[in-house]
Ligand binder design. Structure first.
Ligand code: F6R
Length: 242
């Protein structure tokens, strides 16, 4: 695991560099996309590069990590809507090139299998962007998640619901209780994982990720076993590291 400590703006450029280099080498690359606040700087940097003609996503594909269960299509907090607003609509992906698990599917179990198959059919993820929750979750793999887990339905912890309530107009009561999420085993199959964390609220999760024992208690620790994991942290998020 490679750990880079730098100001947030530099971290975003480093991650954007990794994606741009991948797209230069392999225009049809498959990207794993996280939502949430952590990758926003990366997506801003990528949008700028596309606007100035330096990077293109025209032949690339994307898969998001997770989705709330039960939010109607188009709900501004659905991760489908969020990734569109934050990245897809600002760059030049082909229509339909970015997909996510469907949290409105009538048969959620079948939807999870279908999503796993879609990722495999695309050849697997070349580069996966990740954030990390204050409880050490990646995607919505909350503490206790099997390190070998695949895409499935999960119950969100109260901590994660509270952390995410800021995105919902009506606050906590509006935050769904369930989600579909790629599993830790699914994420571990990405060929390169780039995790970005900013701010002191993430310090304990980052300390466990980098220095803690590998444990389902802190799901992100599974990344210690990944052959190509890059952890990008600012001073605040790095403040618990020895
Ligand atoms: C989002 C996701 C989550 C977030 C995590 C951190 O697709 O999978 O694991 O990455 O909750 O969220 P932020 O970045 O908002 O602190």
């Amino acid at each position: 695991m490679e750990v880079v400590i730098a100001p947030a703006a530099e971290l975003a450029e480093l991650a954007a560099d990794a994606i741009a280099e991948l797209l230069d080498r392999r225009p049809e690359a498959v990207l794993g996309l996280a939502t949430g606040s952590s990758p926003l700087g990366i997506y801003d940097a990528l949008a700028e590069r596309v606007a100035s003609g330096r990077t293109s996503f025209a032949a690339a594909h994307g898969f998001t990590l997770d989705e709330y269960v039960g939010l109607p299509a188009g709900h501004p907090c659905s991760y489908d809507a969020v990734i569109r607003a934050e990245l897809v609509d600002r760059v030049d992906f082909a229509p339909g090139a970015v997909r996510g698990p469907d949290g409105t599917a009538a048969d959620l179990l079948a939807e999870c299998s279908r999503y796993e198959a879609a990722i495999a059919d695309a050849g697997g993820v070349d580069l996966q962007i990740l954030g990390i929750g204050t409880d050490g979750h990646i995607a919505f793999n909350e503490p206790g998640s099997s390190l070998a887990s695949r895409t499935r339905v999960k119950t969100l912890t109260e901590q994660t619901r509270r952390d995410n309530a800021r995105f919902f107009d009506g606050g906590l009561p509006e935050v769904p209780r369930h989600c579909l999420t790629q599993g830790l085993g699914t994420i571990m199959e990405a060929r390169h994982v780039v995790l970005i964390a900013r701010g002191e609220a993430k310090a304990e999760a980052v300390r466990q990720l980098v220095e803690g024992p590998i444990s389902t208690r802190w799901p992100a620790t599974v990344l210690q076993l990944h052959p190509h994991a890059t952890v990008l942290v600012d001073e605040g998020a790095a403040s618990g590291l020895e």
